[in-house]
Structure formats: C-alpha cells, structure tokens
Design a protein around this ligand. Structure first.
Ligand SMILES: CC(C)(COP(=O)(O)OP(=O)(O)OC[C@H]1O[C@@H](n2cnc3c(N)ncnc32)[C@H](O)[C@@H]1OP(=O)(O)O)[C@@H](O)C(=O)NCCC(=O)NCCS
Length: 331
C-alpha cells in the first residue's frame, strides 16, 4: 500500500507532473486510443498558474516526490477537476480517490457547490470509475456555460473521437456534515454580478418554458450594473455559498417592482424563495411602498400565489406572456 500524503504543488514539482501525465496517458494505448496517449501532456508554463494559485495538489511518496496530481479550475460555482493523474507505477492504490476527496473538501472550504469534470464514458478508469466515486453524468441541457466552453475546446482539439461527457458530484452531503444550513440574506457585491447571472441562467433553464431560447442565447441574461450600485440586489446564502438572489426596484407610485428572483435548481422548494420574498417585503416597507408587483412567468405563478401574491392580468414580456401579480405590504 502506497503511503499517501497530499500537499500543494510547488514550482519545482511541475516538471515531474508533466512526466506523470505522460506515463498516465500511456494506459490509453491498451484501448487503442493512441490519439489520447499522444496528446500533449502540457507544459510547466501551463501548470504554473495552478501552483501559483494553490489549485494544484500532489500526492507524494516517502521522499516527498510527486506520484500523482490534481488540478482544479473554478467553473460556474463548482470546483472543476481539470486533471487528475496518477503515475502508471502507482495506479490502482487509491491515490486518485484520495485526490478527489481532497478536491471535495477544498471545494467545500471554498463554499463551492459541486465537483465537475469531463471524461470518456466508455473507458473503465474514467466514467465508470467516477461513477463509483459519486459522480453522475450531466445531460447536455444541464451543462453550465463554462462546462459547455470546456467541451467545445475538447471537441476542437479532436479528443471527441470517443464518447465524452460532463460529470458532476454534488457536495451537499459534505455540507450536511457541517451542520444545519441556515440561509441568510445580504446585499450583493458588484463582483458577484457574473456569478448571479450564471445562477439566473441555471435557474431559468431548469424551470422555465423559454429554456431553449436561453440556451441558444445565454448572453440574453444581464443584470444591470446600476442595480448593484443602488444596492437593490440581495443574495441568499447558506453554508455552501450563494443559493439565490432577488432584485427589488425603488418604489414608483407606492409599488416596488420585483425585477428578479432566482434560486439554485438543487435548492428550489426548500424555502429560499419565500425568504427572499420576506426580505423584499421588509425592504418595500422600509422604502414606504404599499405593495410589491411582479410579472410572473407562467411556471412561477404557483410559487407567487403560495407566498401571497394575487392578480391575473396577462402582459407581454421579453420571452413569453406573463401574469402581473401583486402583494400588499402593510406599513
Ligand atoms: C420561483 C422560485 C424563485 C421559487 O423559489 P423556491 O426557493 O423554489 O421557493 P420556496 O421553496 O420558497 O417555495 C415557497 C412556497 O411556494 C411553493 N412552490 C415553490 N415553487 C412551486 C412550484 N413550482 N409549484 C407549486 N408550488 C411551488 C413551495 O412549495 C412553498 O410552499 P410552502 O411554503 O407552502 O411549502 C424558483 O423556483 C426559481 O428560481 N425558478 C426559476 C426562475 C423563475 O421562474 N423566477 C421567477 C421569475 S418571474
């Protein structure tokens, strides 16, 4: 049994990592996948930013020499395993699994929601192996914009000569071990704008009828910067990070418009939407409004009714007809 110790990669480790990758990819020849075996193992220069950023980890032997390594990227709120590679002579001893568990605890510590990766479906030490480690395949419509970009690069480099797919492992179980996840609401930071747009994209493609329009047009989602500048954006977060947000505009004629409300798909129906509405009510009261108005998309009408909104006037919206609804706010 190989003794395992995992530590961050240092710059002087990097040439060894390139060599490990070369030996690890040799195993693809046994399946006739020479194209993969011959694929460029990367360069020290390409690895350097990972080490500089503390997103490269090595498994080392008794002499502190790397025998396996892991590279992590941040993609759409998840820790993306860009590479996990075990030296051929040290394969099948649990080093890969230990590195992936290391990635999971790193991701939880960084309040990320999941581990993701892309891999070959039919290679026994790829897809089936990751399934044993708790990963599941993502359907094409579950791939986030960042993952789609990774897949596009892979296709362009010819790696798709055999079936490949994205996989994800939720870190909710890890979160559960950290104790109950209290959801709190706070003002959004301007720097969170992109992350919230991505959250909005995920929520919208998950549960609205215009998912196809958005998939074809991911740039259609844009939260105007002035909404951050005027402190109108409020985020909900729990132990795993940001799980939803809402935007309430300033009152006009006593009514504050709820311009957005979105919850992470895997946190929907857990009370976060209601908490964001409660927060919006408190905020509307503070601003002296007597009601909150919203144009509900058809799939959200039940939610709005459940939290107290009423109204059934049909109005046009950018994507499809919506229903204008309101909630009275006692001052
Ligand atoms: C609409 C949305 C914000 C709701 O957030 P949520 O966190 O899932 O809602 P909650 O868990 O707080 O639900 C509050 C109540 O509404 C109910 N509810 C929520 N979604 C529902 C649905 N689709 N159908 C029926 N009831 C629903 C819940 O059961 C809950 O009822 P309860 O408190 O009596 O048990 C979320 O589903 C979302 O992001 N949807 C996609 C984007 C969207 O449509 N936004 C609205 C734009 S107009």
């Amino acid at each position: 049994m190989t003794t395992q110790r995992i530590r961050p990669a240092r710059p002087d480790d990097l040439p060894v990592l390139v060599a490990i990758e070369r030996t690890a990819s040799e195993t693809f020849r046994t399946l006739g996948m020479d194209l993969v075996a011959d694929d460029d193992p990367g360069t020290v220069d390409e690895l350097a930013p990972y080490a500089a950023d503390a997103r490269a980890f090595v498994s080392v032997d008794a002499d502190d020499q790397p025998i396996a390594y892991l590279l992590l990227d941040l993609i759409d709120g998840a820790a993306h395993i860009e590479q996990v590679s075990v030296h051929r002579f040290h394969a099948r001893r649990g080093l890969g699994r230990a590195l992936i568990e290391h990635a999971a605890s790193w991701a939880v510590a960084h309040r990320l929601r999941a581990l993701t990766l892309t891999t070959y479906i039919d290679v026994p030490w790829n897809g089936p192996y990751y399934e044993r480690l708790g990963f599941t395949y993502l359907r094409a419509d579950e791939e986030t914009p960042g993952l789609r970009a990774v897949r596009a690069r892979e296709r362009a480099s010819g790696l798709d000569a055999w079936p490949r797919a994205c996989m994800s492992r939720s870190l909710r179980d890890y979160g559960a071990t950290l104790g109950p996840k209290a959801v709190s609401i706070r003002p959004a930071l301007a720097a969170e704008r992109r992350a919230l747009e991505e959250l909005q994209f995920r929520a919208s493609i998950h549960s609205t009828r215009y998912a196809d329009v958005l998939r074809a047009n991911p740039d259609a989602i844009e939260i105007p910067p002035w909404q951050f500048e005027q402190d109108l954006v409020r985020v909900a977060e729990d132990g795993d990070g940001v799980v939803g947000f809402a935007v309430l505009l300033p009152p006009v004629d006593g009514a504050c418009e709820l311009d957005a409300i979105f919850v992470e798909p895997d946190r929907m129906r857990t009370g976060i939407g209601r908490k964001l509405i409660d927060d919006a009510v408190a905020s509307a009261r503070r601003r002296g409004a007597n009601r909150i108005e919203v144009v509900a998309n058809p799939d959200a009408v039940d939610f709005y009714e459940r939290v107290g909104f009423a109204g059934n006037e049909t109005v046009a919206t950018r994507f499809e007809p919506g229903r204008r609804m309101h909630l009275l706010v006692d001052s």
